[in-house]
Every structure is written in structure tokens, then in C-alpha cells.
Design a protein around this ligand. Structure first.
Ligand code: EPZ
Length: 417
């Protein structure tokens, strides 16, 4: 079995270009189903979750091919609206296919996605929104069958600004009859990116990035070429790696606009960060200061997808920090692995108390989910000596090649297969 080997305890220095955004590209790939033609998606990351999404698109009759980092999708031969069960099990976010298939074919059959390590991850908001849009649901032995005589726009109020539910409603609404308003919509940059993609293809969406999004249904969408934005969480992960290990780095292909809260906290901890339209420069010298309280929140608050990574950085801060994980109830699974480095972390319900220690020691750890795995890489870079990180598969779901990228920043890290 493959594992990642890190010799840590050294400062980082170098430059790395940031890959395309996983959480922007996944809903965009679902959105291609709403377009009957050939779509070119540039700056598409070659990560496992994209490969899974391609398998789903091929399973429903689409064709996909790569030209370097451009993914070309041909949806003209789409021939079914049943999403194969094995891919839903592999990647729960394939639930995003529901809105798109309903929009294109007025039906979808999909397995109930299970939870995962970070949480139960229910989809009740998605399903009740579809029912408010003239979709009828049948659920039998784990399968959800949706049909509609035609999607009808409506006003949908979300109890929580769910990213996936906001995306699924948008996808169902773009070809609907009439207008759909989403109240308490998610404001994540990935929502804005999805709406930019759809508007480029002829949709009429306003309010992306605000808590109220309006979609006027149109007759059809036309094929386009589109360039995906860079991945803000991958960028945030590498900023955290430099913050924790010390040194300096230039990240290119992304600005700090979508990472404001992460940058603010890293500056508060003692990092110097400057940024422009397409670059972020960070330097981190000496031990960092603790943060009294970090609460993960929907955008523009501190992102839950950066919680484990910032926890690793705080493990050697000069005092006590507290994190409250408000979004996913299972996001502290990774802490037992972080403690193996010699960290002092206590979990009290949703609160993690991190007492900074002066140094960490390399060890053998096991990734069990994507961002927790990335946080273990950061801890390995900070720790003196060798770290062996098992189950790198989880990290490859969202990072194109974390070892390649961190070696560009001078890290002594490699994937051993
Ligand atoms: C998206 O997940 C991201 N995934 C997650 O990133 C990210 O952590 C999350 O948004 C929050 O930002 C993708 O974009 C593919 P939610 P999603 O619906 O859409 C509850 C990563 O590491 N909820 O905003 O599933 C849910 O239980 C991944 O890249 C319901 O109760 O997140 C959670 O507590 C991890 N009912 C909260 O809302 C619903 O119907 C936020 O979930 C839907 C959600």
C-alpha cells in the first residue's frame, strides 16, 4: 500500500501554482448535463473526485476526454438519468447530479448518499426544495426516484446556507418555468463560480455570493469554453504548511480574496502575508501566537475545510488556542492522529483546546478523510524527523499532487508506492 514519507523540521521556501478548484469544478461538471453539446473546461484539476465525476458522466452516456488540464465533455448522447450506485458510494457529492438531471431529463434515480467520516451529511434540504419545484419523490430501499412534468420555479428558504443544496436548487432552476428565489443561500465562492459558468452558457442568475439568489428559467443553455478558478482550500493548506513549518512561499494563480478569514488569522498568529490579483506571498519566522477562539462558519466566516489544517499549525503556538467546529460534527476524528506528533489537544464536544508545545516529533499516522489527511502532512512538515502517512488516497481526492507541490516549496516529501 502507498504511503507518504516526510522528513520534517525544516523551513520551506519556493513558489507553487495553485490547481483548479475541486469544489467549483464538481458542480460545474454536473452543470454540463444541462447543456446539449460539447463543453470545454480549462484549469480542471486531475484529482480522484473529478475522475469519479467523469465516470458518472460516462455512465449516463456522456463522453469525456482530456487535453492537458482541459476537460472536454460531450453530453449529446446522454441516455439515462440513473446515477450508478457505486459512484455515489465512492463520492457522496455526486448528489449534485440530481438538479442537473432533473433539469435536462425531468427525472433522476440515485442512491441515498451515506454519511462519511466528517458527518452524517443529510440531504433533506435538497429533497424538500425539489418537492417545492414540482418534483415528486419516491424512496424505496435506499433509492431516490424523482420525476417531474416540468420544474416550476418557486421561492425556497434554506434553514441553513447549505452549499450543496444551494447548488442543486440552482441547477434545477436554470431551465425551469418561471423564477426561483433562494433565500439564505450559501455565499461560498464556488457558488459564484457555478453561476458565472451557467450565465456564460445563457442562464439568467443574479445575486450569486449574496444570501438571496434569483434564477429566471430559460429555454436552453449553449455550449461554452470556461476556465475554472483556483482552489482556495488547496491554497489555504499550503499557506498553513508554510506558517507551521516556517519559511516563505509565493503562491501563484490565486489572490487572497476568497481566503480573507484564513489570511486574517495567519497574520494574527504572526505571519506576514501580501497578495495581489493572482498571487499570495507568505513568510513565517519563529513560533506563532495562539488564537483565543476560531469558530468555523459559512462563508465568509472561517471555512470548516481549513479547520484541521489550522489546528496543526496551532499545535506549536506559544499558548492555548480554541476551535469550535460548527459545521461538521465528525471533523475531530483526525485529532487522535495529530496527538501522535506530541501535540496537546483536548476535545470537549464541539470545542478543541490546543495547548501549544515547543516541538513535534515525526511518527506513523493514518489519514481517514481529505482535509484531515492534509493536516497530517502539515504536522509532518513541522515535526522533527520522519513521518509516515498512510492512506494517501484520501488526500488525492482533492489535491492533484500534494507531494509535488510541497517539494516545489522545498519540502522533503515523497509518495512511496
Ligand atoms: C460542501 O459540502 C463542500 N463539498 C465541503 O467540502 C464543505 O465542507 C461544505 O460544503 C461546507 O462549506 C463540496 O463542495 C463538494 P453543506 P456540502 O451542505 O454541500 C447540513 C471538502 O473537504 N446539511 O453546506 O455537503 C450538513 O449536515 C468538502 O472539500 C443538512 O442538514 O456542505 C452540514 O452540517 C468537505 N441538510 C451543513 O449543513 C442538507 O440537506 C453544511 O453542509 C444539507 C446539509
Amino acid at each position: 500500500m502507498a504511503f507518504i514519507e516526510i522528513n520534517g523540521g525544516k523551513q520551506l521556501s519556493g513558489e507553487v501554482n495553485i490547481q483548479g478548484s475541486k469544489n467549483a469544478v464538481l458542480p460545474i461538471l454536473a452543470a454540463t448535463v444541462l447543456i446539449n453539446g460539447i463543453i470545454k473546461l480549462n484549469h480542471c484539476p486531475k484529482i480522484l473526485d473529478v475522475f469519479h465525476m467523469i465516470k458518472i458522466l460516462e455512465a449516463i452516456g456522456c463522453n469525456a476526454s482530456w487535453e492537458k488540464h482541459t476537460l472536454i465533455i460531450d453530453t449529446t448522447k446522454l441516455n439515462t438519468s440513473t446515477v450508478p450506485e457505486e459512484y455515489v458510494r465512492l463520492m457522496r457529492s455526486s448528489i449534485i447530479m440530481m438538479g442537473a438531471l432533473l433539469g435536462r431529463t425531468h427525472s433522476v434515480t440515485i442512491t441515498y448518499p451515506g454519511g462519511c467520516t466528517i458527518g452524517a451529511r443529510p440531504i433533506d434540504f435538497h429533497l424538500s426544495a425539489f418537492q417545492d419545484m414540482n418534483v415528486s419523490l419516491e424512496e424505496e430501499d435506499g433509492l431516490i426516484k424523482c420525476t417531474t412534468t416540468g420544474i416550476v420555479g418557486n421561492e425556497i428558504s434554506l434553514k441553513f446556507p447549505s452549499v450543496g443544496a444551494t447548488e442543486n436548487i440552482i441547477l434545477a432552476a436554470v431551465l425551469a418555468t418561471g423564477k426561483t428565489s433562494i433565500i439564505n443561500a450559501a455565499k461560498e465562492p464556488e457558488i459564484t463560480e457555478l453561476c458565472k459558468f451557467l450565465n456564460t452558457a445563457g442562464a439568467e442568475i443574479t445575486g450569486a455570493g449574496t444570501e438571496k439568489i434569483e434564477i429566471n428559467g430559460v429555454e436552453y443553455l449553449h455550449p461554452i469554453e470556461y476556465t475554472a478558478c483556483s482552489d482556495r482550500i488547496v491554497a489555504g493548506t499550503y499557506l498553513a504548511a508554510v506558517a507551521g513549518a516556517g519559511g516563505e512561499a509565493v503562491l501563484t494563480g490565486i489572490g487572497a480574496g476568497s481566503l480573507q478569514m484564513v489570511v486574517t488569522l495567519l497574520r494574527e498568529m504572526g505571519c506576514n502575508i501580501i497578495s495581489g490579483e493572482e498571487y499570495i506571498i507568505i513568510s513565517s519566522l519563529g513560533r506563532l501566537k495562539p488564537i483565543s477562539l476560531i469558530r468555523t462558519m459559512p462563508y465568509p466566516g472561517f471555512p470548516t475545510d481549513m479547520q484541521s489544517q489550522i489546528m496543526s499549525v496551532l499545535m506549536t503556538a506559544t499558548g492555548t488556542s480554541r476551535i469550535i467546529e460548527e459545521i461538521f460534527e465528525g471533523r475531530y476524528q483526525n485529532v487522535k492522529e495529530q496527538i501522535k506528533f506530541g501535540a496537546d489537544i483536548q476535545i470537549e464536544g464541539r470545542t478543541a483546546v490546543i495547548n501549544g508545545v515547543s516541538n513535534l516529533t515525526g511518527c506513523e499516522v493514518f489519514a481517514s478523510e481529505l482535509r484531515g489527511g492534509a493536516a497530517l502532512v502539515i504536522a509532518g512538515l513541522m515535526a522533527r524527523g520522519k513521518t509516515t502517512l498512510h492512506n494517501p488516497y484520501f488526500i488525492e481526492r482533492g489535491y492533484e499532487d500534494i507531494c509535488r507541490d510541497l517539494r516545489k516549496l522545498g519540502a522533503d516529501i515523497k509518495l512511496v508506492t
